[in-house]
Design a protein around this ligand. Structure first.
Ligand SMILES: *[C@@H]1O[C@H](CO)[C@@H](O)[C@H](O)[C@H]1NC(C)=O
Ligand SMILES: *[C@@H]1O[C@H](CO)[C@@H](O)[C@H](O)[C@H]1NC(C)=O
Ligand SMILES: *[C@@H]1O[C@H](CO)[C@@H](O)[C@H](O)[C@H]1NC(C)=O
Ligand SMILES: *[C@@H]1O[C@H](CO)[C@@H](O)[C@H](O)[C@H]1NC(C)=O
Ligand SMILES: *[C@@H]1O[C@H](CO)[C@@H](O)[C@H](O)[C@H]1NC(C)=O
Ligand SMILES: *[C@@H]1O[C@H](CO)[C@@H](O)[C@H](O)[C@H]1NC(C)=O
Ligand SMILES: *[C@@H]1O[C@H](CO)[C@@H](O)[C@H](O)[C@H]1NC(C)=O
Ligand SMILES: *[C@@H]1O[C@H](CO)[C@@H](O)[C@H](O)[C@H]1NC(C)=O
Length: 455
C-alpha cells in the first residue's frame, strides 16, 4: 500500500519516550510524474549541470539548437534518497520504475552518447562533463569514482573492451556495476534519427536479487520489446541510502535526451529513526505535539490521515498478524469510534503518558482525513483547526462508509514549496468550503458528516 507521497515528522517536546516512538518508520517511496514539467524542477527533481526541465519534459542535455549541443552532460536526481537496504536487519527493498523517453538526433546519422537510469552513493557523486554517459567514471580505468549501479541506454558503440562487437549496429542497453564496462548488454533498436518515444521498465526483486530491464525499440517501424537482467546483490555495491535518477551526455556528436514521464515505487518499509522530510511542510500542533507534514492535495490529506492513525495506534495500515476484523487499520479504528471505544485504538506502548483529549483528536482527525470519499475529507487547514482545539470535532458516521473504496491515485508529488505552500492551502480551503457545502447536501452516505468549520 504505497500511498505515502510525503513524509511526516513528529516532535514531542516534553516526553522523550514519545519522541523516540514517533519516528518509527520511513515509508516506502512512491511517485508518478505522468508528465514531467518545469514545476518539478528542483522541487521533485534536482537537475545539474546541463539538464533543464521544459514543457516537453526533462532535458538531460540541451535540446535548443541555439546552444552548443556537443560535449554536454546532465544529471537529474530525485529530491530525496531511497533507503535501499538496512544494515541492522539486512533488509533490502524491491523497487520498480517505468519511464518514457526520447533520444533524438534530429535526423542526423552521427549521434551520441545516451542516457542512464542510475542508483548511486549520494556522497561524492560527481559527473564528468561529456564523458561516460554522465556517470561518475575515472577516464583511465573506466571504473566508478563513486559507487553506482546503472542501466545504460547507450547510442554509441565503443571499441572493445568498452563495448563488444555483438551489439551491432551500435545502440545498446546494458547494466553497469561501478564500471563503464557493462556486465550484460543487448542491442537496442532505438531509432535515434527519428527520435521515437521509447519506454523502459526496471525492476529489482530483493529475494532473487534480479535487476531486470524491459525496453522498447523499433525495427522497420514495428515496436519491439527486449529484456536483460543481472543477478546482483545491491548491498554489495551500494550504500544503504542512494540517490537515483538519470544522467546523459553528448560528445563530439550529439542528440537530445528527454524523459517525458517517470514512475517509481519501492515496496519495503524500512525502520528509520532519523529521517527528516524535504520540501514544503505544513505544521500541526496538538498541545505540545508538533506534527509536520507535506499535505495540500486530497491524496496527501488521505495519506496524512493514515500516518496520523499509524502513529496514534502504533501499527501498520494492514497487519496480517491480527484477527481479520482488525487487519485494516482504518476500518478497525472506525469501528471502535462507532462503539465509543476510541481510546482502545491508542498504541499500548504509549502507556498512560498521553493526553486523552489530544489522542482522541489525533485519531478522529486521522479518520476524517482517511474518509473513503474524498469530498468529505477536510482540507489540511481544517484538520489543523481541529487539532488545535479551535474547531469542534467532526461528526463522523459510526461505521466506515463503504462506497467504492479506492485509495486515491498515486498522484504526482506536491509541488509547492516554501511560502507558496501556505498560500496554496488557504486558497484550497476556501474552495473546499463551498464544495463541501454542496456535497454534504447531496450525499446520503454520511448525513451527519463533518460540518462546515469556521475559520
Ligand atoms: C530551461 O527551460 C526553461 C523553460 O522551462 C527555459 O526558459 C530556460 O531558458 C532553460 N534554461 C536553459 C539553461 O536552457
Ligand atoms: C533552429 O531552430 C529554428 C526553429 O526551430 C530553425 O528555424 C532553425 O533553422 C534552426 N537552426 C539550425 C542551425 O538548425
Ligand atoms: C526485516 O528484517 C527482519 C529481521 O531480519 C525481519 O524479521 C523482517 O521481516 C524484515 N522485514 C521485511 C519487511 O522484510
Ligand atoms: C530534439 O532535438 C531536435 C533537433 O535536434 C528537435 O527537432 C526536437 O524537437 C528536439 N526534441 C525535443 C523533445 O526537444
Ligand atoms: C530475472 O528476471 C527476468 C525478467 O523478469 C527473467 O526473465 C529472468 O528469468 C529472471 N532470472 C532469474 C534468475 O530470476
Ligand atoms: C525510424 O522511424 C521512422 C519513422 O517512424 C521510420 O520511417 C524509419 O524506418 C525507422 N527506422 C528504423 C531503422 O526503424
Ligand atoms: C527490415 O526490413 C528489411 C527489408 O524488408 C529486412 O531486410 C530487415 O532484415 C528488417 N530488419 C529487421 C531488424 O527486422
Ligand atoms: C560487474 O562487473 C564488475 C566489473 O566490471 C565486477 O566488479 C562485478 O563483480 C560484476 N558484478 C556482477 C554482479 O557480475
Amino acid at each position: 500500500m504505497a500511498i505515502f507521497n510525503f513524509q511526516i515528522l513528529l516532535l514531542y517536546s516534553s516526553l522523550s519516550l514519545f519522541f523516540c516512538f514517533l519516528f518509527p518508520q520511513a515509508h516506502s517511496l512512491s511517485f508518478n510524474l505522468k508528465k514531467i514539467g518545469p514545476q518539478h524542477q528542483n522541487v521533485n527533481i534536482i537537475v545539474s549541470p546541463d539538464a533543464n526541465i521544459t514543457s516537453e519534459g526533462l532535458q538531460l542535455t540541451p535540446n535548443r539548437n541555439d546552444t552548443d549541443l556537443a560535449y554536454r552532460a546532465g544529471k537529474a536526481q530525485w529530491a530525496t534518497t531511497l533507503h535501499l537496504w538496512d544494515k541492522s536487519t539486512g533488509n533490502l527493498t524491491d523497487f520498480d520504475t517505468h519511464f518514457v523517453f526520447v533520444i533524438d538526433s534530429g535526423g542526423r546519422s552521427n549521434f551520441a552518447d545516451g542516457l542512464t537510469f542510475f542508483l548511486a552513493d549520494p556522497i561524492g557523486l560527481d559527473i564528468k562533463p561529456a564523458f561516460a554517459l554522465g556517470l561518475p567514471i575515472n577516464r583511465d580505468t573506466f571504473m566508478g569514482t563513486s559507487r553506482f549501479v546503472a542501466v545504460e541506454f547507450d547510442t554509441l558503440r565503443n571499441f572493445p573492451p568498452l563495448d563488444q562487437d555483438n551489439i551491432r549496429p551500435g545502440p545498446h542497453v546494458g547494466i553497469d556495476v561501478n564500471s563503464l564496462v557493462s556486465n550484460v548488454t543487448a542491442a537496442w533498436y532505438c531509432n535515434v534519427t527519428s527520435g521515437i518515444e521509447n519506454e523502459a521498465w526496471i525492476r529489482y526483486d530483493s529475494s532473487s536479487h534480479n535487476l531486470s530491464v524491459v525496453f522498447t525499440g523499433s525495427t522497420n517501424t514495428t515496436r519491439v520489446e527486449d529484456t536483460i537482467h543481472l543477478i546482483v546483490d545491491l548491498r554489495d555495491y551500494l550504500p544503504e541510502k542512494v540517490t537515483f535518477g538519470f544522467t546523459a551526455a553528448t560528445g563530439e556528436w550529439s542528440e537530445n535526451h528527454t524523459v517525458i514521464s517517470w514512475e517509481f515505487s519501492s515496496s519495503l518499509q524500512i525502520k528509520d529513526t532519523n529521517k527528516f522530510p524535504l520540501g514544503a511542510l505544513v505544521g500541526i500542533v496538538v498541545g505540545s505535539l508538533v506534527l509536520v507534514g507535506k499535505a495540500s492535495k486530497e491524496s496527501d490529506v488521505y495519506s496524512f490521515g493514515v500516518v496520523a492513525l499509524e502513529i496514534a495506534c502504533g501499527r501498520k495500515p494492514f497487519d496480517f498478524k491480527v484477527p481479520e476484523c482488525q487487519m485494516g487499520m482504518v476500518e478497525w479504528v472506525w469501528d471502535l469510534y462507532g462503539m465509543g471505544r476510541l481510546l482502545e485504538a491508542a498504541d499500548p506502548k504509549l502507556g498512560p503518558d498521553f493526553d486523552e483529549r489530544e489522542m482522541e483528536r489525533l485519531i478522529i482527525v486521522g479518520l476524517w482525513c482517511a474518509h473513503p470519499d474524498h469530498n468529505f475529507r477536510p482540507k489540511i487547514r481544517q484538520a489543523i483547526h481541529v487539532f488545535n482545539f479551535e474547531a469542534p470535532l467532526p461528526n463522523l458516521p459510526p461505521k466506515q462508509p463503504t462506497l467504492s473504496f479506492f485509495p486515491p491515485p498515486l498522484n504526482s508529488i506536491t509541488t509547492s514549496s516554501g511560502t507558496s505552500q501556505s498560500q496554496h492551502s488557504s486558497s484550497t480551503y476556501n474552495a473546499y468550503s463551498s464544495k463541501f457545502t454542496s456535497s454534504s447536501t447531496t450525499s446520503s452516505l454520511t448525513p451527519e458528516c463533518p460540518k462546515k468549520l469556521e475559520e
